[in-house]
Design a protein around this ligand. Structure first.
Ligand code: ADP
Ligand code: MG
Length: 695
C-alpha cells in the first residue's frame, strides 16, 4: 500500500472501522442516524461505545473526552480515563453508551452570554455521530454539541447542525417539485482554504505583542515587502517544506483531506486547502487543522500565526469558505451543467443564494465580525466590508435575459485556444474575481471574508439558514403552482429584478464601488461593532425562529459573547502596547540617546572643533517624538479608565472601536518612527524584516 493510503484515517473511527467492528444491524442503525438523522437507542450506543473503546485501546489510547467547540472559538476537552476499579482491586477498561452519548463538563467557565448564571454550572455535551471520533495524543475524542442545563446552545456546532437540518428540509421540497423523489438528503459542503504565517519561535518569544495578542502592535516597514510578488506560489523553502510534510501526515492520520499547499502573497505566508466535505465535518476538521498547525510548528522551531492581521502593511490571512449544496445521490445543486441557460433547477438554486445574500447581507457580515478581521476587510488585500456577489458575465447574461423575457443564446465558444497545439479544453463559465467577497467559482461559492483564526461554523450556518429561507419561500410559491416551468421562470425573473443590486462583477477594491454600493443601498458595516447590532434585528430573529436555529435568548447571548470578546481583545492589546512602550521602547530610546550623548561628549573631549550637530539633531528628534509617545500612552491609560466606567456593552465596544483604537494608532506611528531612527542594536525586539524574512 502507498504511504498516504496506509496512514490516512488511521486515527479515526471511520466508516471502514465501523463496518469491520460493529454487528451489521448496529452499523446500519448508526449509518441511518448519520445520513437521515434518526435517533439512536441506548442499546446501539452501548455496542458502539464498546467497539470504540476496544479500537482506541488497541491504538494506545488511555483516555476519552467529549470534544466540543464552546464560544471561545477554540475546542475544549476534559479527559477521563477508561479505568473502572474491579472487585479484585485491579482495573478494567470500561466505556458505556451513556458516557458516549452524554457528558457533563462544568459549564461555568465557558462564555454563555448571560444565559447561565455562574452558580448554574451544569452543561451537557451530546455525541454527534455524524462526525467521526478520533484519537489525539492517547485520547479518544468524541465530537459533541454543547448546551446549557436547559438545552440552549452554548457552542458553535449546535447551530450548524440545526442549520443543516433546516437546509435539508427546504432543499428536499424543491427537489420533489422537480420530481427528484429519490434524493433523501441534501447537505451543504465546505472546503476551507486556510492561510497562515510561519515565523521563527526564538523571534516570536522576544515580542510581547505576538505572545499576548497574536499580532504585532509595532513594527516599521522593512525595505522589502511583498511588492515583487515573488513569494506567491514560489518554491517552498526546505524548512517550510519539512513543516508541511509533517503537518500533512498528522492531518491525514486524522482523516483530514489536506490536498493543496502553497506559498501565499506575503513573505512567510502560506496556504493549506483540504478537499471539501459536509459543512459539519469540514468545521470540525478546520478546528483540528488549526490546532495541529500550531503544534507541528513547535517541532520545527517555528510558530504558526493564525491572526487575521499579524503585520501591518503586509497582507493578512483569511479563510476562504467554499460552499455548495450536494445530494446524497451525488449531485452538486450549484453545478450549471453543459447548458446553464436551460437548467432551471440550477438557476433556481442560484437565485436562492442571490436572494439570501442580498436579504441577509448583515448576517454574513456578522458571521465574520472580529477585531482581527476589521484590520483586513477593506484593506485592499481582502474584500471590503460591503457584501456583494460575483457570478460572472455568462451567468449574469442568462439571468438578465430571463428578467427581460428574451431568449438567451450563448455568444461565445468556450473552447480554449492558446495558439499552440496543446490539448484543448473548455474554459469555465466564470473567470475568477479575487476582489469579490462572495464569488461563484464554477459549481460553488467562495466566501472570502472569513478571517484566518475564526471557526467556520458561523459563516456556514448563516449561509445554510439564509438559503434555507429562500428555498422555503420558493417552495411555498411553487407547491401551489399548476405550471411548474412557467412558475419557476417567473420566480427567477422576479428574484433577479429584486435582488440584482447585490451582483457586482467589477473591482471590489475600487473607490467607485464603495460609492456605487452606497447608491444601490447596500450595507457597508465597516467594523465588527457596526455589524453586531444587526444580529438581533427583528427580521433576523424571525429567520432564526422559523428554522429553529436560535431563540431570541440564544441570539442575544451570542451577540453579548462576541462583543465582550471584542472589548477584551482590545483591552489586552491596549495594555500590551502601554507595557511595551513604557518598559521596552522608551527605555531603549533613552539608552540610545545616552549613547549619542556619550559620543558627542567624547568628540568634544577629543577636539572642540569636531561638530556634534548630528548627535544634537538626532537627540532632539528622538526626545520630542519620545515625549509625544509618552503623552499618547498617558492618553490611552486615561481612555482605559474611562471605558471601564461605562456599563452598557455596546457603548463600551463603540468606545474601544472609536477612541481606544485611534489612540493606539497614534502610539504606533510614533513608536514606528522611533524604530526607524534608532540603532538596530538598541531596539528592544526583532524588526519586521527579521520576522518576515528569516524562516
Ligand atoms: P483557490 O483557487 O481559490 O485558491 P483552491 O483550489 O485552493 O482554490 O481551493 C478550492 C477549495 O474549494 C478546495 O478546498 C475544494 O475542495 C473546495 N471545493 C471544491 N468543490 C467544492 C464543493 N462542491 N463544495 C465545497 N467546496 C468545494
Ligand atoms: Mg480561494
Amino acid at each position: 500500500m502507498d504511504k498516504i493510503s496506509s496512514i490516512f484515517g488511521s486515527m479515526v473511527f471511520n466508516d471502514t472501522v465501523m463496518k469491520e467492528r460493529l454487528p451489521k444491524d448496529t452499523y446500519k442503525a448508526l449509518k441511518k442516524n448519520m445520513e437521515e438523522g434518526t435517533t439512536l437507542t441506548r442499546e446501539v450506543a452501548n455496542i458502539v461505545a464498546n467497539a470504540m473503546k476496544n479500537w482506541a485501546l488497541e491504538k494506545g489510547a488511555t483516555h476519552f473526552t467529549h470534544w466540543f467547540q464552546p464560544m471561545t472559538g477554540i475546542t475544549a476537552e476534559k479527559h477521563d480515563s477508561f479505568i473502572t476499579p474491579s472487585a479484585d482491586g485491579g482495573v478494567i477498561m470500561e466505556f458505556s453508551g451513556k458516557e458516549l452519548i452524554k457528558g457533563e463538563p462544568d459549564a461555568s467557565s465557558f462564555p454563555s452570554g448571560g444565559i447561565r448564571a455562574t452558580f448554574e454550572a451544569r452543561g451537557y455535551t451530546n455525541w454527534d455521530p455524524s462526525s467521526f471520533a478520533f484519537i489525539k495524543e492517547h485520547t479518544l475524542c468524541i465530537p459533541t454539541a454543547f448546551c446549557s442545563y436547559r438545552g440552549e446552545a452554548l457552542d458553535k456546532k449546535t447551530p450548524l447542525l440545526r442549520s443543516m437540518e433546516a437546509l435539508n428540509v427546504q432543499a428536499l421540497r424543491i427537489l420533489k417539485l422537480f420530481g427528484q423523489y429519490e434524493v433523501k438528503r441534501v447537505v451543504s459542503t465546505i472546503g476551507a482554504e486556510q492561510e497562515y504565517f510561519l515565523i521563527n519561535k526564538d523571534l516570536f518569544d522576544k515580542r510581547k505583542d505576538l505572545i499576548y495578542c497574536g499580532r504585532t502592535l509595532f513594527g516599521a516597514k522593512p525595505p522589502k515587502n511583498q511588492e515583487l510578488d515573488d513569494h506567491y506560489f514560489g518554491a517552498i523553502k526546505p524548512r517550510v517544506n519539512a513543516y508541511m510534510e509533517e503537518l500533512d501526515e498528522e492531518l491525514w492520520k486524522l482523516g483530514i483531506y489536506v490536498k493543496t499547499e502553497h506559498n501565499e502573497v506575503a513573505p512567510s505566508q502560506h496556504e493549506l486547502a483540504p478537499v471539501f466535505t459536509t459543512s459539519n465535518i469540514a468545521t470540525d476538521h478546520n478546528q483540528m487543522t488549526m490546532e495541529i498547525m500550531k503544534k507541528v510548528a513547535a517541532n520545527h522551531g517555528l510558530v504558526c500565526l493564525l491572526h487575521e492581521k499579524p503585520f501591518a502593511g503586509v497582507n493578512g490571512s483569511g479563510k476562504h469558505v467554499n460552499w455548495s449544496l450536494s445530494t446524497d445521490t451525488g449531485e452538486n445543486l450549484l453545478s450549471p451543467g453543459k447548458n446553464p441557460a436551460g437548467n432551471l433547477r440550477f438557476l433556481l438554486f442560484l437565485c436562492a443564494v442571490i436572494k439570501a445574500v442580498d436579504e441577509y447581507q448583515d448576517l454574513l457580515r456578522v458571521s465574520v465580525a472580529s477585531p482581527g478581521n476589521d484590520h483586513r476587510l477593506g484593506g485592499n488585500e481582502a474584500p471590503p466590508a460591503i457584501i456583494s456577489m460575483f457570478i460572472g458575465e455568462d451567468l449574469e447574461n442568462i439571468l438578465t435575459a430571463i428578467e427581460k423575457g428574451e431568449a438567451y443564446t450563448e455568444t461565445q465558444d468556450r473552447t480554449m485556444n492558446i495558439g499552440i497545439s496543446l490539448p484543448q479544453f473548455k474554459r469555465d463559465t466564470t473567470d475568477r474575481n479575487r476582489t469579490s467577497p462572495f464569488a461563484f467559482t464554477g459549481n460553488k461559492f467562495e466566501f472570502r471574508m472569513p478571517g484566518s483564526g475564526a471557526s467556520i461554523s458561523c459563516p456556514s450556518y448563516m449561509l445554510n439558514v439564509t438559503v434555507a429561507e429562500s428555498l422555503r419561500q420558493f417552495s411555498d410559491i411553487l407547491e401551489s403552482s399548476k405550471d411548474m416551468e412557467a412558475s419557476v421562470k417567473e420566480l427567477i425573473k422576479g428574484t433577479v429584478a429584486k435582488h440584482k443590486r447585490i451582483i457586482f462583477n467589477g473591482n471590489n477594491y475600487s473607490e467607485e464601488w464603495v460609492a456605487m454600493a452606497d447608491s444601490r443601498g447596500l450595507l457597508n458595516l465597516k467594523s465588527a461593532v457596526d455589524a453586531l447590532p444587526h444580529f438581533s434585528k427583528d427580521k433576523n430573529l424571525e429567520l432564526f425562529k422559523t428554522h429553529c436555529i436560535f431563540t431570541e435568548v440564544e441570539v442575544r447571548a451570542r451577540q453579548e459573547i462576541i462583543l465582550r470578546e471584542y472589548c477584551n481583545i482590545l483591552n489586552i492589546e491596549a495594555l500590551t502596547m502601554t507595557d511595551m512602550v513604557n518598559k521596552d521602547i522608551l527605555p531603549a530610546v533613552s539608552g540610545y540617546i545616552k549613547a549619542l550623548t556619550d559620543t558627542a561628549l567624547g568628540k568634544k573631549a577629543l577636539s572642540a572643533d569636531l561638530s556634534c550637530d548630528l548627535e544634537k539633531e538626532l537627540i532632539g528628534n528622538l526626545s520630542s517624538i519620545s515625549l509625544s509617545l509618552h503623552r499618547s500612552v498617558q492618553e490611552l491609560d486615561n481612555a482605559l479608565i474611562e471605558v471601564n466606567a461605562i456599563e452598557e456593552l455596546f457603548t463600551t465596544a463603540e468606545y474601544y472601536n472609536k477612541k481606544v483604537l485611534s489612540i493606539m494608532k497614534e502610539i504606533r506611528i510614533a513608536a514606528d518612527t522611533l524604530e526607524t531612527m534608532t540603532a538596530s542594536s538598541s531596539w528592544p525586539f526583532p524588526a519586521y524584516g527579521e520576522l518576515l524574512f528569516s524562516v
